[in-house]
Design a protein around this ligand. Structure first.
Ligand code: PMP
Length: 345
């Protein structure tokens, strides 16, 4: 008998429905494409980067992130997607058995990462108006609090006052996941990572920057926090190619990224109008997706997949119920999705 870990016995693989569909609006990536400089970097550095290891601890990427975020290199950590930065933070700051508290609903990987590291996930329901329950989060006493803003899957944002109160009273580290910050109006909390000793803001190249396939994420925090996350991650989590393309995107393609994000926001609101015509009322969103409560979401999502459109299905979300999460994209894709939804309802 192989002595498998008890901790892992009941933990499933992460498996969103990924039946291939012609229109896939299920993962909130940039469906306007990849950053323009990527093609040149792939051509110039693609093959020659393959045979040797990348530089350890991603120094070029850290320099590019530092310049982009307006911080020092010592404030930057990176990872194989921001998934990895969050996972490393859990392992860096908590011992097995410790609690990690987070609002419910939020990013599904967080409780999963917690369980994989033998931590105790402690969900704290969002308030009925979908605001953070700051006192509820603090009352858990957890040494690591995770907050996602804009939040996946709701799309809603945390208020500055609530977040500042949370950060200033937290007994330990607060991870603020800003995977969708490029789509917000004024919802950027990098300043808290610069000014507070206990805040790690995580960001990704997978959404607005159009590089989900390369798996690059980063975090900003005080140098002493960042040093611990670096230990937890280890030296070689990036590919040389991923690092090179992320560097060029951060230095050359920010205007392109902003244009994509602006169009995603515009189309998101156009989608809201279309959903209202169908009698549906999506939640307010500052991300590149809408969460729309839909009875029997599983059946409706399946019927949409039969029409070659994939959206993310949620069943029984706390405070919301059944819902579909629909990513924003070039309008023809959204029009196809709306038609499929109308037929599926
Ligand atoms: N945070 C949130 C809120 C997300 O939705 C995602 C991706 N679905 C991630 C983090 C992770 O993204 P990545 O690992 O690609 O950076």
């Amino acid at each position: 008998m192989i002595p498998f870990r008890d901790t892992y016995r009941d933990i499933p693989l992460y498996s969103p429905a990924r039946k291939r569909c012609r229109v896939d609006l299920s993962d909130n990536t940039n469906l306007f494409g990849a950053p323009p400089s990527a093609e040149r970097v792939l051509r110039e550095e693609g093959l020659q980067s393959l045979a040797r290891y990348p530089a350890s601890y991603a120094p070029d990427l850290k320099r590019a992130v530092a310049a982009y975020a307006g911080v020092a290199v010592e404030n930057v950590t990176t990872g194989c997607g921001s998934d990895d930065v969050i996972d490393c933070a859990l392992r860096a700051f908590l011992e097995p058995g410790d609690a990690v508290a987070f609002p419910d609903p939020t990013f599904v990987m967080v409780p999963l990462f917690a369980r994989l590291s033998a931590l105790r996930p402690v969900p704290v329901p969002l308030r009925p108006d979908l605001a953070l329950d700051v006192d509820g989060l603090l009352a858990t006493g957890a040494k690591l609090l995770y907050v996602c803003t804009p939040n996946n899957p709701t799309g809603t944002v945390a208020s500055r006052a609530a977040l500042e109160r949370l950060v200033d009273r937290a007994p330990g580290v607060v991870v603020i996941d800003q995977a969708y910050v490029e789509f917000t109006r004024g919802g950027d909390f990098l300043d808290l990572a610069r000014t507070r000793p206990n805040v790690l803001v995580t960001r990704t190249m997978s959404k607005a920057f159009g590089l989900a396939g390369l798996r690059v994420g980063w975090g900003v925090g005080a140098p002493s926090l960042v040093a611990e996350v670096e230990k937890a991650r280890g030296p070689y989590k990036h590919t040389a190619l991923g690092e090179a393309v992320a560097v060029s995107a951060l230095t050359e393609d920010t205007a392109w990224m902003e244009a994509c994000a602006a169009e995603a926001v515009e189309n998101r609101e156009r989608l809201r109008g279309g959903l209202r015509v169908l009698g549906l009322e999506p939640l307010p969103s500052e991300a590149n997706f809408l969460l729309v409560p839909v009875p029997e979401a599983r059946r409706v999502g399946e019927a949409m997949r039969e029409r070659n459109v994939n959206v993310r299905v949620f069943e029984g979300l706390a405070g919301v119920g059944d819902a579909l999460r629909i990513g924003s994209a070039p309008w023809p894709l959204m029009a196809t999705a709306l038609k499929a939804l109308q037929e599926a309802l």
